[in-house]
Design a binder for this molecule. Structure first.
Ligand code: HAM
Length: 415
């Protein structure tokens, strides 16, 4: 037997139906907020991701040389591809552009619950409006999506990576050392972060000030303590969030994202029920387009880890029952089999989910199959009924049976 690669999954029909259901709720919500869907290739030229994703991602990239010797990578995320698409195809489009996407990403990580090598992101990007309301809109959409899925227990934290970057560079951390240091802070590897800062001659008071700063988290009352432009920006953002009805939001200046392209507001959503891999959504504002050869535009966005948020819903006991068939059509004997195909075709044409016995089973076995396919009704096609242009309809839940004229079958089953 050939096994699937580590960190990948198969999705069986029940699971796939559940996934599609939740995906459609996300899609619906993005559309309610005026976002439009885009899709980009599953693989890109490797340099797209090495340009500005940061060491977290670069270490985890699935790369290979194609037959033409080109360096190719499976996408580890979709922000860089969407910005590449923006620079290539959309730079003259009216702004702001509000785009969303759903698709798989690939990261060579150590697989565990909630962490896969192939996983799905549902994300959104707003391109071209350098205002606090743009960040607010992205955060509001992320929260609306999470609520629409029905997740109850989550924590939404907002910070500002710009303040931290400025602080670090003020303390003497050089630009080229920033990504690695932020990576350590993101992963809360404080000893390693300390050694890095020591190597850049940051004083121990400076180092402690950095740790204290990243520990600053709490309610909106903390906002008044943040100085300068970034403080004013955050205060404006929080007041717009309130107008958007996003209430349960915390300020957390320790929100350091794993990706290197963020420059301003950053935010994360955690589902505490998930344990170690609890981050179900991450995002913020970033500059990428000029690195990809475009003009400088303000962009902001986020991605929901679709697999993780589904795990969180499961943990909360959200149940989803797959939709069964409307009807399962079965013949009582070989002579009426042709009529069963005629009848199932009539039902399908009328938009009913209908299936028919393909195994030439005896009535009792075929009835078992009808139950297994969770059909609401079985339509039993027998010679005596057919002589009167009718069939016997059995309601599967109650076992009640009645003869229904074939002319009325569709409306009977649809009722
Ligand atoms: P990210 O935080 O790297 O951000 O990923 C977003 C979400 O994807 C995470 O919060 C997590 O739920 C999920 N995720 C990440 N890695 C895995 C994995 N190995 N298995 C399962 N789920 C995973 C980004 O990718 C940015 N592009 C988000 C963004 C969009 N920022 C601005 N616009």
């Amino acid at each position: 037997m050939i096994q699937r690669p580590r960190g990948t999954r198969d999705f069986l029909p029940d699971e796939m139906e559940r996934r599609r259901h939740y995906e459609s709720l996300l899609r619906e919500t993005a559309q309610l907020y005026g976002f439009r869907e885009v899709a980009t290739p599953m693989f890109e030229n490797t340099e797209l991701f090495t340009t500005k994703s940061g060491p977290n991602i670069v270490d985890e990239i699935y790369s290979f040389q194609d037959k033409g010797g080109r360096e190719i990578s499976l996408r580890p995320e979709l922000t860089a591809p969407v910005m590449r698409m923006f620079v290539n195809e959309l730079s003259n489009a009216p702004r702001p552009l509000k785009l969303f996407y759903f698709g798989q990403c690939f990261r060579y990580e150590r697989p565990q619950s909630g962490r896969y090598r192939e996983f799905f992101q549902f994300g959104a990007e707003i391109i071209g409006a350098p205002t606090a309301e743009t960040d607010a809109e992205a955060i509001a959409l992320a929260e609306a999506m999470i609520k629409r899925l029905g997740l109850k227990n989550y924590v939404l934290r907002v910070g500002h990576i710009g303040i931290l970057r400025e602080k670090l560079s003020g303390l003497g951390v050089p630009q080229e050392g920033m990504a690695e240091l932020l990576q350590k802070l993101d992963k809360k590897l404080y000893d390693e972060a300390r050694s890095l800062m020591e190597a850049y001659d940051v004083s121990s008071e400076g180092i402690n000030a950095v740790f204290e700063f990243t520990a600053l988290s709490g309610g909106k009352d903390l906002l008044s303590r943040i100085e300068g432009e970034a403080g004013a920006y955050l205060r404006e953002l929080f007041s717009i969030l309130e107008l958007y009805g996003v209430e349960a939001v915390q300020l957390d200046l320790g929100t350091v994202r794993g990706l290197d392209y963020y420059t301003g507001v950053v935010f994360e959503v955690e589902a505490p029920s998930l344990g170690a891999e609890k981050q179900v959504c991450g995002g913020g504002s970033y500059t990428l387009s000029e690195l990809l050869g475009g003009e400088s535009v303000f962009s902001t966005g986020f991605a929901i880890g679709f697999d993780r948020i589904l795990l969180a819903l499961e943990k909360e006991g959200a149940n989803f029952s797959p939709q069964g068939l409307d009807a399962y059509v079965l013949a009582t004997a070989n002579e009426t089999r042709p009529d069963s195909f005629r009848i199932v075709t009539m039902l399908r044409k009328a938009g009913l989910r209908a299936d028919v016995d393909l195994m030439r089973r005896k009535l009792s076995k075929a009835m078992k199959q009808a139950a297994a396919s969770r059909a609401r009704y079985a339509v039993i096609v027998g010679a005596r009924d057919l002589a009167e242009n009718a069939g016997t309809v059995r309601e599967m839940s109650s076992g009640e049976q009645r003869r229904v004229s074939l002319d009325e079958l569709v409306s009977y089953l649809s009722a």
